[in-house]
Design a protein around this ligand. Sequence first.
Ligand code: PGA
Length: 247
Amino acid sequence: MERKPIIAANWKMNNTPKETRAFFEHFTVGKETTETREVIIAPPFPSLEAAAPYCTEQSGIILAAQDIYPKEKGAFTGMVGSELLLELGVKAVITGHSERRHVFHEATELITEKSLFALSKGMKVILCVGETLEERERGQLFDIVEQQLTETADSFDSFNNIIIAYEPVWAIGTGKTATPEQAEEMHAFIRKIVIERYQSEKTPILYGGSVKPANISELMAKPNIDGALVGGASLKPDSFTDIIRYR
Ligand code: PGA
């Protein structure tokens, strides 16, 4: 089934508001590209406002947040809820990222709650799953990914606004990309679950973990890889553009 490729940027704790404006001043991707490639950019919270004027209907670039607290607003010190994000034009949220699972010990219940909340507010959810190196070496990779996926996705009423990102933890920020074969093997496994368990044929499955201009084409050539979630190589306009415009 033909799906529009999705190239998403996760800037993590990088690109200040000033750097964000400089990024977009040099970023030439616009409507002619976003008509055929869905482009999503997730700046850190303080830079969302700087990115917002560039992420419009006209450019077709979709503004995303890296996290959401599952409340509209209120007495939640340090958190960012839906009212703040929606006013800035945020249309998608990343949930279940391995840094949130492992560095911040975010539990499945909260990942599920955040995902459901974002969906209820009309946002897309990029739900990340992926095994650690130890889990892969112990042969538990498929069990772990299935568990992370189903524990949250079993609560979804519909898969309409769901994007899944497979990000093997050992490949994130390490320069070690999963081989296209390793990625495809897991993507095919995820695809089967999504079709058989959730009857969703069209859910996009992105690969993430050291994606760069040099490896995007061979990853995208695999039938079950529908796009990429890019960290380090999305921070600069040139390399992110090269990834978006892969052939
Ligand atoms: P990376 O990060 O491209 O820097 O490996 C990907 C991610 O964590 O989303």
